[in-house]
Structures are given as structure tokens and as C-alpha cells.
Design a protein around this ligand. Structure first.
Ligand code: UGA
Length: 482
């Protein structure tokens, strides 16, 4: 099948590469000339596992790059709209890029085409695309419009695309259903998994096909993301209770999550969810509800818990270190989560800004996101380290702010030797508390009883080991020096 993918962002580029991997002829279009030039030259503009391999495999064969949307549209049978839908100031998704594409497609329409909305959009967008195209001269009978939301996680997007739980098609006519089913056939019939060249994964993977109406498909995407965000806020709230009562959220998650009706996924507490999807989609979904007269107050609470989680974490750092002015902090992780270079809505960056505002100095390391973080930080005066150990040298404490696998495998004895004070504050519960303690570090995680704060308000003690665990090497030092 000939496919045009409009928009070469995270979703567009991964989808295009995966469609080529499934055996289709694909043209990826973006108006960003520099990005297209880079892709044509064999560059990979985003950090995404397996994407470089797919681009190498298919570039110049089944996969082409262009800035000419009209030519791409004329070449294809099916066009996927994958352009950005950023939040506007009032919380609605800004759909101006989608509208722009609809206008271009109307002008280029030469034959019957199937237009598929893949960007995350509010319910009713497909209808609006269709209306816009007709207003710009397209005949309604010359195109079909469908919704095919993606459920890709950044960092594992290629794998999620090729080994999905389900493929969701929101269709209004038989032509769309037939074309989309044919596009995904190698996944749906399992033939892709039996190919000698298929990417590593289970050879017996089974993906469910779900066919709905267009509006239901649009809504499923928002409802799925909002539900996952709710799970995270729920477990963050539970973690906060655990800290208060002295329970351990890791044990609680194990106990709660083994109920098959609940499951353990997306129940890792931390510093709150971020990224280009959850914050935007929860807001946009609430906005959709409001537009039809329903106050989705549950989502307001989900956002409130999420925002407070970052502030609670900074409070935790304050408790561990007393004052922050002049303190040197090693920050491990700047991306909105591990496995990606994306820093959009990154809780780690927000925390860095809060710490900077309180006078702390930051030396940060992230395996992939430092370049983007440099561009995103309003106050650019943080320094960047060559690796996690370099970040920790001479620091008063180390903070773990993204769930990179390499942070779970740190040489903690080496970290201990490099730090000025033996304090590790884990905002993502990446490390095992017992391992951290064995290395002689105080461990502060999310959702477990805190090590006794080095400074309790009202106390004059500078460092107090409030835990009877004698493996802690911390010493008692009085602030007044007496
Ligand atoms: C999310 C969804 O998981 C995808 O299914 C969806 O397709 C995508 O949004 C989208 O709408 O395009 P993504 O934003 O890439 O994917 O990242 P997630 O892995 O879902 O993580 C989102 C945030 O939640 C991160 O900040 C992560 O650290 C946090 N998180 C995740 C937790 O704090 N705890 C968890 O248990 C899981």
C-alpha cells in the first residue's frame, strides 16, 4: 500500500518507519526543511530505541522523506495525519496544524483517498477535518476519514508499534476498514513475527483488532491516557499516605497490583507524570467534558496530585539537607522519563528550576536528554556532567529524577566515595533501598518511611541519624559547632 505520513515527529517518524518495516511504500512529509534534510542524509532526529535500525533498513527503499505534502498526498492511497496538537493556554488542544493539513489535502485531492487521523485529538476532530476539506473545495465523496490512535510510549515506541496490545480503527465506511486492516495485516495475522528479518520480540504475539466508530476511537485515546495518568496520581497519593504511616508503597503495589482487575503497571510512584501526552491529554479531555456540560472533577484532582508531587519532592530534599542555598546537588535524569531524550513537561526539569530558585547549584547528567535540557532550561546556569559519577563528585546529595536503567546499576560504593554527604534521594524508586544503605548512603525514596530527616524543623542538630540501622556512616554534627 502507498502511504503518506504527514508530520515527522515522534509519532510520525516511528509510524512511517514501522509501516515501511511492514512492507509498505511510505513518504514522510514535514514542513521543517532542516529535519527532512537531516533524515535524507541518514540522520535520526530523536532518541528512540530501534528507530535508527529501521531507518537504516528502509531509507531510500520503502521509506522516503519530503517537504512536499501535496505530492505525497497524490502518491498515496492512505494519508496519516501525525502533526503536533500542543496545548493552548485554555487547556484545549491547539488543532491549527491539523487544520492546515486538512486545507492542503483538500487542494491536492485528485482521486479517492483515505485520510487517517493519528495525532491525539479531541473527539470531533475527524468531523472538523472533513468539514474543512469540503469548505476548501474537496468533494465529500472523494475521501474517507478515519481515526487510528496510537498507543506508543516514547523510548519503546517501535516495539509498541510492532507488538501492540491492540490496533484501534475508528471507521465510518468499508473502504477505510479494508485499507487499514490491509495496512496492519502482517501484525494482525502474525506473519510479521514469523519473518526472518522481524525485530526481536515474541514470535507468537497476538494483537487484538478493535473496530469502532470514529468518535469512539477518538475518545478511547483520551480516556486511555487519562486513566493511566489517574493510576499514577492514585499511587502517588497512596505513596504519600505510606510515608505518613510508615508503610512501604513497593509492598503495597505488589499486594494491590496482583489483583488481576488492577495490575501492577503504571503503579510506580515518583515525582509525577510528564511528557508531551499525559499533561496535555488530561487537560484536553477535561476540556472536552466541559464543552458538553460535564465537570470531570476527577481529572482536576489527577492534575492537582501530579503538581503537588513535585513540590513534595523538593520538600523531601529540604528535609534531608535543611537549607538549599549554596548546596551542590547531583541530578541524574532530566528527560521526562528514562529511555528518551524528550524533556517536554519534564518533572525533573521543573524540580531543577525550583532547586535553582532556592539557591542550590546543580550538576546534572542524563544519558540522552542533556542537549534538549540545555535548550529548555530558562535559567541555563546548571552544569552538565560527563556521567553519573562526574555529577556526584563533591555534591551534597544525589537526586535520581528519571528511570534510566543505567541508574539502577550504579556502583553505589563509588557514588558514596564521591559524595560530600551520604544522601541519595530517589524520585523514581529506581534503586533498591537495601543496596543503597549497604553502600553507606541514606536512602530517601517515594512512598516509604523516610530516613529521619537530617534536620527537623526546630532542631539545632545539623546531621542526625534517626534510624537505628548502624550501617549508616553519618555522623552527628551540630549546626552551632558545639
Ligand atoms: C503515553 C502512553 O503510555 C502511551 O500509551 C501513549 O501512546 C502516549 O502517551 C501518547 O499519547 O502518545 P509516554 O508519554 O511516552 O506514553 O510515556 P509513559 O511511559 O506513559 O510515561 C508518562 C509519564 O508517566 C512519565 O513521566 C513517566 O515517568 C510517568 N510514569 C509512568 C510514572 O510516574 N509511573 C508509572 O508507573 C508509569
Amino acid at each position: 500500500m502507498n502511504i503518506a505520513v504527514i508530520g515527522a515527529g515522534y509519532v510520525g517518524l516511528v509510524s512511517a518507519a514501522c509501516f515501511a518495516e511492514l512492507g509498505h511504500e511510505v513518504i514522510t512529509v514535514d514542513m521543517d526543511k532542516e529535519k527532512i534534510a537531516r533524515l535524507r542524509a541518514g540522520g535520526v532526529p530523536i532518541h528512540e530505541d530501534l528507530l535508527p535500525e529501521l531507518l537504516r533498513r528502509h531509507h531510500g527503499k520503502g521509506l522516503h522523506f519530503s517537504t512536499d505534502i501535496q505530492a505525497a498526498f497524490q502518491f498515496c492511497d492512505v494519508a496519516f495525519i501525525c502533526v503536533g496538537t500542543p496545548p493552548s493556554p485554555n487547556g484545549d488542544a491547539d488543532l491549527s496544524f491539523v487544520e492546515g493539513v486538512a486545507q492542503e489535502l483538500a487542494l491536492a485531492l485528485d482521486d479517492h483517498k483515505i485520510i487517517v487521523e493519528k495525532s491525539t485529538v479531541p473527539v470531533g476532530t475527524c468531523e472538523a477535518v472533513s468539514r474543512t476539506m469540503v469548505l476548501h473545495g474537496a468533494r465529500r465523496e472523494d475521501f474517507s476519514i478515519a481515526s487510528n490512535p496510537e498507543f506508543l510510549r516514547e523510548g519503546t515506541a517501535v516495539h509498541d508499534f510492532l507488538f501492540p496490545d491492540r490496533i484501534l480503527l475508528g471507521v465510518a465506511d468499508e473502504a477505510s476498514r479494508r485499507a487499514l486492516t490491509a495496512i496492519y495485516a502482517p501484525i494482525l495475522d502474525g506473519s510479521y513475527y514469523r519473518r526472518a528479518s522481524s525485530l526481536a520480540g515474541p514470535t507468537n504475539h497476538v494483537a487484538k483488532l478493535i473496530v469502532t466508530g470514529v468518535k469512539s476511537a477518538e475518545l478511547i485515546k483520551h480516556a486511555s491516557n487519562a486513566f493511566l495518568a489517574m493510576k499514577i496520581s492514585f499511587i502517588n497519593a497512596v505513596a504519600n499516605v505510606c510515608e505518613g504511616v510508615g508503610a512501604d508503597v513497593r509492598e503495597v503495589v505488589q499486594g494491590v497490583g496482583t489483583d488481576s482487575r488492577i495490575g501492577t503497571q503504571f503503579l510506580t510512584p515518583g515525582i509525577g507524570y510528564g511528557g508531551s501526552c499525559f499533561p496535555k491529554d488530561v487537560l484536553a479531555f477535561r476540556s472536552v467534558a466541559k464543552s458538553v456540560g460535564y465537570d470531570f472533577a476527577l481529572l482536576t484532582e489527577v492534575m492537582k496530585v501530579n503538581n503537588e508531587q513535585k513540590l513534595r519532592f523538593v520538600e523531601k530534599i529540604r528535609k534531608a539537607l535543611w537549607t538549599l542555598r549554596g548546596k551542590k546537588l547531583a541530578v541524574l535524569g532530566l528527560a521526562f522519563k528514562g529511555g528518551t531524550d524528550d524533556v517536554r513537561e519534564s518533572p525533573a526539569l521543573e524540580i531543577v528550576q525550583l532547586l535553582k530558585a532556592e539557591g542550590a547549584s546543580i550538576r546534572a547528567y542524563d544519558p540522552a536528554a542533556m542537549e534538549r535540557a540545555r535548550g529548555a532550561l530558562i535559567d541555563g546556569t546548571i552544569s552538565f556532567a560527563a556521567d553519573a559519577y562526574d555529577a556526584c563528585a563533591g555534591a551534597d546529595a544525589v537526586l535520581v529524577l528519571a528511570e534510566w536503567e543505567e541508574f539502577a546499576a550504579l556502583d553505589l560504593n563509588r557514588i558514596r566515595a564521591l559524595l560530600k554527604l551520604p544522601i541519595l534521594i530517589d524520585g523514581k524508586n529506581v534503586l533498591q533501598p537495601s543496596e543503597v544503605r549497604k553502600a553507606g548512603l541514606h536512602y530517601y525514596g517515594v512512598g516509604s518511611e523516610a530516613e529521619a530527616p537530617l534536620i527537623d524543623s526546630g532542631s539545632r542538630q545539623r546531621f542526625a541519624v534517626g534510624n537505628s540501622d548502624l550501617s549508616h556512616p553519618a555522623t552527628l554534627v551540630s549546626a552551632s559547632g558545639d
